[in-house]
Ligand binder design. Structure first.
Ligand code: NOJ
Length: 748
């Protein structure tokens, strides 16, 4: 059951590492005691900014004592040059070997200046902008002493009940992989040792997004096909992009808590993919193997986790308590520790921490970098690109700039904290530009604001449940009278920023509290409603779709929310976002996603009930993956391929004409999907294999070309082997996953 030295060595041989660094690590390892090695594998939380339940025996005195002994390799949630310098000084100046700490932090969508939540950014399909957003986050975090972010999160999820969908890139492995690469490049830049870059962390490895019923921290039971084709590709893409760390996750996968999964961490990640960075556990996820019933006690949990390839223990106190003894007792081979420590030291060397442990601790840089004007510009740009126009039936949008009476309704419209979203521990409350403030910048209309109803009661906080207002309707009357007198009503409704994120699963995907009632009451007196949604997950808004003429998905867009929303509503920015996740008609359809399997009975052939459907709701989604409108209109034609039959391995060129048929310049995300008609493992009805964000002037036509190759046409079989099977394929190109423009080809 113990991992053999030979296997650990084999993994070592697969790396492509810097010999100078490896030599230094060899020398250092020789000097280290077993306790010091374990120390490098031990990570403590700082003394504030708690992001998980408190572990036993984690007192501040003990942490300081361990720091001084060299028994701490990393700290998380320590921030600010002053604080980081203080703990680094202890590690460097007071310990026997002076090994610097690596300082981790959840930089999820910005540090102080906040970008849209990651799911919103994914809706831009704009890889350059996403990369830039990560580099802005890296610049601010690194100026604050941090050198390692716990991001990007790349858990594919098909379940909007799961609160953490706000942290990811949505439901699709192809889009998720491209975004994972962009974010890794954005955080790490071209040079990890540069002072404005940080090490990235691909999380959560793996399959956390498939938690049963979307319930947080739950069981995951999925088959090999979903694991290899849906869950793992973004992680593999991140490893290929050079991500330096990986975080495992809280879930079990098919009966094995992943923190103890050798299959995932040793065989796939470090073995097959040759990952030579290190794996950090999630917050006390090693201990949690005891609750899962996979380890008897901390000692067994430590032994299982280290054997399985978890290199660093986040705030669990398990390695520090048990690992040295396990080595002394001969239960764990010291070579396993050497492998883990080598990986951790490697990243520290690459960051340049050994050359200058205080390189991220420059007060002057901290002052001039954090919150600077350029960062505000960048997050505003990202915010506009993240907005998705879901519906605009009567061309109510864009709003006219003059002579209109506009009513703005909804507590979220004036909220300056909620738009910052979840996971924003370094930012300050009340720092977002609210929608009200953004709209006030347009002075040609008269603007009247009424709250209507609170979304929540009391204080909303990162670590507490948000209490929904499902009773107080005292503001309805005012809202109704304001709406009656308006030409257009803009209603900002949705979720409070802390109703999504970790620990925020929901069983109901409707507008929380009394907001649906408010929407209906206002609509009754004035049907010219523009609904602006603020939310961190797909919502089930069937009533709104059936009645409200214009719907804008504005997520939680970060610091510049109000400016971005106002510029889109007034047409100063033409929206081009596309949904990265399917919107269901109701929660009972979940999980619902575009790349489903056809089933044996896909259609209603005989007019009876014996086909794959629901009897109480259509089986199609409310808004499909890839959907998003613009103030321009686009037409697709002339889908062509350079042949009808191709040899396996050939590059296949697909081209299409896209025309902007409107008088307005705009951007369109041109999407290419394939369908492999027959497979030894059944294939989805559509699979995204390419996309391009294209700018088209009014009336302009462009020819867009895509290339398909083996990588696009193959898939992983149930042994995790990538195969390409000859046969018939379809290719589809269009502006969403339900595009019907298609062509066929054969792969020989
Ligand atoms: C638990 C979360 O699952 C993880 O994503 C985060 O990085 C850690 N806590 C640290 O805050």
């Amino acid at each position: 059951m113990t991992m053999t030295v030979a296997r650990a060595q084999k993994q070592e041989m697969m790396k492509n590492t810097n010999p100078e660094i490896e030599f230094k690590i060899d020398s250092l390892l020789q000097l280290m005691t077993v306790e010091e090695k374990v120390g490098q594998m031990n990570q403590y939380n700082g003394f504030w900014d708690v992001t998980g339940p408190a572990p036993e025996g984690g007192s501040a005195e003990k942490k300081y004592e361990h720091l001084r002994k060299g028994w701490v390799g990393s700290m998380l949630s320590v921030r600010g040059v002053k604080q980081v310098r203080a703990v680094q000084k202890i590690a460097v100046e007071e310990t026997r070997l002076g090994i610097p700490l690596i300082i981790g932090f959840d930089v999820i969508h910005g540090y102080k200046t906040l970008s849209p939540i990651p799911l919103a950014e994914a809706a831009s399909w704009d890889l350059e902008a996403i990369k830039n957003s990560a580099s802005v986050a890296a610049a601010e975090a690194s100026a604050s002493g941090i050198n390692w972010t716990f991001g990007p999160m790349m858990d594919i999820s098909r379940d909007p009940r799961w609160g953490r969908v706000m942290e990811g890139a949505g439901e699709d492995a192809f889009l998720g992989s491209r975004i994972a690469e962009a974010r890794v490049h954005g955080f790490q830049g071209d040079d990890l040792s540069a002072v404005h870059t940080v090490a990235a962390c691909a999380k959560h490895f793996a399959a956390y997004g498939f938690s049963e019923s979307g319930k947080e921290y739950n069981t995951v039971d999925i088959g090999a096909s979903t694991l290899h084709n849906v869950v793992l590709p973004p992680f593999k893409a991140a490893v290929n992009a050079g991500v330096r760390t990986v975080m495992n996750s809280f879930n079990e996968l098919n009966g094995v808590p992943v923190t103890g999964s050798s299959y995932l961490q040793r065989d796939i990640l470090k073995g097959e993919w040759g990952f030579d960075g290190f794996v950090v556990s999630d917050w006390a996820s090693i201990n949690e193997m005891i609750n899962w019933g996979h380890a008897r006690d901390k000692r067994e949990a430590a032994q299982k986790a280290v054997t399985a390839g978890s290199d660093m223990d986040m705030e669990g106190n398990v390695y520090i308590e048990a690992l040295a003894q396990l080595v002394k007792d001969g239960v764990v081979e010291e070579s396993l520790l050497d492998d883990a420590v080598r990986r951790i030291l490697r990243v520290k060397y690459e960051l340049g921490l050994f050359d200058d442990p205080y390189k991220y601790c420059d007060e002057a840089r901290e002052k001039e970098t954090i919150g600077n004007a350029k960062h505000h510009e960048a997050v505003l740009d990202m915010a506009k690109k993240s907005i998705v126009l879901l519906k605009n039936d009567t061309n109510l949008l864009p709003l006219k700039k003059e002579g209109q009476k506009i009513a703005l309704i909804g507590a979220l419209a004036s909220d300056k904290s909620s738009p910052l979203g979840s996971w924003r521990i370094a930012s300050d409350d009340d720092t977002a530009v609210s929608v009200l403030e953004g709209m006030q910048n347009y002075s040609g209309n008269s603007l009247t604001y009424a709250k209507g109803a609170d979304v929540f009661v009391g204080q909303a906080q990162f670590i507490q449940e948000v209490v929904v207002n499902d009773a107080d309707k005292s503001g309805f009357e005012e809202a109704i009278s304001v709406a009656k007198n308006a030409d257009v009503v803009v209603m900002v409704l949705g979720e409070q920023g802390f109703q999504t994120g970790e620990g925020r699963s929901r069983t109901n995907l409707q507008l929380p509290g009394v907001q649906q009632e408010l929407l209906e009451a206002v609509f009754k007196v004035n049907p010219n409603v523009v609904l602006v949604l603020n939310n961190g997950r797909p919502l089930a808004i069937s009533w709104a779709d059936a009645h409200i003429p214009a719907i804008v998905e504005a997520w939680q867009l970060g610091t510049e929310t109000g400016n971005a929303v106002a510029q889109v509503l007034y047409g100063d920015y033409n929206p081009s976002g596309k949904l990265p996740m399917t919107f269901p008609r109701n929660v009972g359809q979940v999980p619902i996603y575009y790349n489903f399997k056809n089933t044996g009975r896909p259609d209603d052939k005989d007019g009876n009930v014996f086909w794959s459907h629901f009897i109480d709701v259509e089986k199609t989604p409310l808004y499909p993956f890839g959907h998003g409108l613009s103030y321009s209109t686009f037409e697709y034609s002339d889908l062509k391929m350079d042949g009808t039959s191709f040899e396996t391995g050939a590059d296949i060129v697909v081209s299409v004409q896209v025309q902007n048929t409107s008088p307005v310049d705009g951007k369109e995300v041109v999407q290419l999907y394939i369908r492999d008609l027959v497979g030894s493992i059944t294939r989805p009805v559509k699979e995204l294999k390419g996309f391009e964000l294209v700018e088209l002037k009014a009336g302009e036509t462009k020819s867009i070309r895509f290339k398909l190759n083996n990588e696009s046409l193959g898939y992983y079989n149930n042994d995790g082997k990538f195969i390409v099977e000859p046969g018939d394929f379809k290719v589809f190109v269009g502006g969403s996953s339900i595009t019907r423009l298609e062509s066929d080809f054969e792969l020989k």
